[in-house]
Design a protein around this ligand. Structure first.
Ligand SMILES: [Zn+2]
Length: 381
């Protein structure tokens, strides 16, 4: 069954044209924020973060950091907060309204201030990312955040302008597509890289299950870190891949424009909650999802589902690799051969080959994907 949104109700806070005109006429203050928070504002308004209706107040913020739950008691692992920088915020108080600028500096959401409170960025870093080390890109990003958080409901004037906008569905839209396709049980596949054979293996294994009707592949393509693939490259690679290798009545490709949180298990839980809001009943978790370096236990992202029930079923996979002796993608669960037969399929290796201008291995990448990756300027600088 297509699950109910998290918390029972899909949040949708989108203005009609008349309301937009009125709000723009009002000459409200216009505030800018870091890109990660701009993306979050849109996701709140379209319901991807249901049941959250606005940027979090201090009560939710503290409960999430201390207990991994909202003040209502629902599990939640990463605070969604707004911390604009600059003096423009100084005169605004609770009850005031302002417009938040999008990435193009055009106002795109209206926010009514409920509360202003001070945050401790060190505490945030430690609780969410498990480290204060600025070698961690998300921790480094915190330096650009303001010290004061503003809570308040969010109302959307217009959708953000993003790359590959035709793939940026709202939860209402994906729910409608799933229903139209007759899909009751949909597995969500979280990605942040162009597809290679290990990803494909996991997607195919999922599609073969008799309890899965459809697969929703939804790469995170908002703010990524340096050295990641560019958002439009990830989508182009997936586009040719899905078109050439999957049935269109079994697979839907979408994008999720938000900032990637490299927070290991905590990010896994947040991303799974979001996919439930998009209408997915199952969530695929491989090894070290949303991980980075050695910051997180690579299988903690699977175990966290044992501790928190968020109403979406995890589908867990071990690490998958290519074995030349087996002649296919395998996991340690089935392959008896030694490491001398195994080909490293990691993105780290693929990106290294790309940077060195070497040929990409066709054992682990589809030729259509290779063509996209070799097309030039593909890495986020
Ligand atoms: Zn083998």
């Amino acid at each position: 069954m297509i699950p109910e949104p998290y918390g029972g109700r899909l949040v949708e806070s989108i203005m009609d044209k008349k309301e937009v005109e009125r709000v723009l006429d009002d000459k409200l203050p216009r505030i800018s924020a870091v890109p990660e928070q701009v993306y979050d504002a849109e996701k709140i308004a379209t319901g991807a973060f249901s049941p959250i209706e606005g940027f979090m107040g201090s009560e939710d913020y503290d409960r999430v950091l201390d207990k991994n739950q909202l003040s209502s008691g629902l599990p939640w692992t990463i605070p969604i907060i707004l911390t604009p920088n600059g003096s423009s915020m100084g005169s605004l108080v609770a009850g005031d309204e302002f417009l938040l600028n999008g990435l193009d500096n055009e106002p795109f959401v209206l926010i009514k201030i409920e509360e202003k409170y001070k945050i401790d960025k060190g505490r945030f870093a430690e609780r969410v990312y498990g480290t204060r080390d600025i070698a961690h890109p998300n921790v480094l990003d915190l330096q650009k955040w303001g010290e004061i958080a503003i809570s308040g409901r969010v109302k959307l004037l217009k959708k953000l302008r993003v790359p590959a906008a035709q793939y940026e569905f709202t939860p209402r839209e994906t729910r409608q597509i799933f229903q139209k396709n007759g899909w009751k049980n949909v597995a969500a596949y979280q990605a942040r890289n162009p597809p290679h054979m290990a990803h494909e293996f996991i997607q195919r294994m999922t599609l073969e299950r008799d309890d899965i009707d459809g697969l929703f592949i939804q790469p995170v393509i908002g703010k990524l870190k340096k050295g990641d693939y560019k958002p439009e490259i990830i989508m182009k690679a997936y586009e040719v891949f899905v078109k050439n290798y999957y049935r269109d009545d079994r697979v839907l490709l979408g994008s999720l424009s938000i900032a990637m949180r490299y927070a290991g298990p905590k990010a896994v839980l947040l991303y799974a909650i979001m996919r439930r809001n998009y209408g997915c009943s199952h969530y695929i978790v491989g090894r070290d999802q949303a991980g980075l370096g050695n910051y997180y236990d690579p299988y903690e992202g699977q175990r966290i589902f044992d501790r928190y029930d968020i109403g979406i079923k995890p589908i867990k996979y071990d690490e998958v690799f290519c074995c030349t002796k087996c002649g296919m993608m395998v996991s340690a669960k089935v392959c008896p051969h030694g490491p001398e037969y195994h080909i490293d399929t990691s993105q780290t290796k693929i990106r290294k080959l790309l940077v060195e201008g070497k040929q990409l291995p066709l054992e682990i990448l589809r030729p259509e994907v290779v063509q996209i990756l070799e097309s030039g300027d593909v890495i986020n600088q």
